[in-house]
Design a protein around this ligand. Structure first.
Ligand code: SAM
Length: 250
């Protein structure tokens, strides 16, 4: 799908041009979705339904920042699934980084996170959010140290890199009209599509991980590649399926 990157401010035109060249976006208006470069951020919008609002990445304020401050720290299910332990800094590859929210939670809890994202739209939104967050007085310093983005196929990246833990959260078709599916996620899924090749990631992830692979799934989704995990940690809407290779720190 061709995605346009538009911008109404003359002063931003050179940056818009650079972003189009870097990510392969067009300058022509697209039909369903487009990226809009605003002075504050780069945003994705759905053109046939403006009620869906703008999707952009904001680590310094908004929902993810609130979760960092009040979200339960290392007691959160994701931290338990990853296997965080006092005194151990885990290196995590998030091979399906999306908008970087889960990676941000892990990095804010002390993990060193390499994010991999193959969709140019998601990667461009994530890079924009990272660039702004790196400059933030409160979170910039540790984000620069702990969160890096590579625009690549996770499948290929995992064949060339290793980590303590590999984290996977491929797109799974959401139940239609579920009130639980946030508007934002619907727009994002419309652009990125369903990750129909997600099953292929599990074996390469298992080969690349030293200690474990964690797969986030909606509660109604089957196991990735139909492979039964060592354990599952359930949350309200999701499940973390954990494939343990060996004990952390051993
Ligand atoms: C559900 S989203 C991930 C959301 C993310 N966990 C977050 O917290 O924002 C899935 C993302 O994985 C990406 N993806 C799926 N398969 C991939 C692969 N093989 N390599 C790289 N990215 C992949 C998709 O493009 C999509 O952006």
């Amino acid at each position: 799908m061709d995605i346009a990157l538009v911008c109404n401010e003359n002063i931003l035109a050179p940056k818009a041009k650079k972003l189009r060249e870097k990510w392969g976006f067009t300058a022509l208006r697209s039909e369903l979705f487009q990226l809009r470069l605003l002075p504050e951020y780069l945003a994705l919008e759905q053109l046939d339904d403006n009620k869906q609002g703008l999707v952009f990445v904001d680590f310094a304020s908004g929902a993810v920042a609130h979760r960092r401050k009040f979200g339960g720290g290392k007691g959160q299910s994701i931290a338990k699934a990853i296997g965080m332990k006092p005194g151990v800094t885990l290196h995590v590859i998030d091979a399906t980084a999306g908008l970087g929210r889960d990676a941000f939670v892990l990095a804010s809890l002390g993990c060193d996170v390499d994010m991999v994202e193959r969709s140019p739209v998601a990667a461009a939104l994530l890079e924009d959010g990272l660039e702004r967050a790196y400059l933030d007085a409160e979170i910039g310093e540790w984000m620069q140290q702990r969160m890096r983005l590579t625009h690549a196929s996770g499948y290929e990246y995992l064949q060339q890199h290793q980590a303590d833990v590999v984290y996977l959260d491929p797109m799974f078709p959401h139940k239609k009209k579920s009130a639980l599916v946030k508007k934002e996620m619907r727009v994002f899924q419309g652009v990125v599509g369903a990750d129909l090749d997600a099953d292929d990631l599990l074996d390469v992830a298992l080969a690349a991980a030293k200690y474990r692979v964690v797969v986030k799934r909606p509660d109604y989704a089957p196991f990735l590649n139909d492979k039964k995990p060592s354990m599952s940690i359930k949350t309200k809407k999701n499940r973390f399926d954990v494939y343990v290779k060996k004990a952390i720190g051993s």
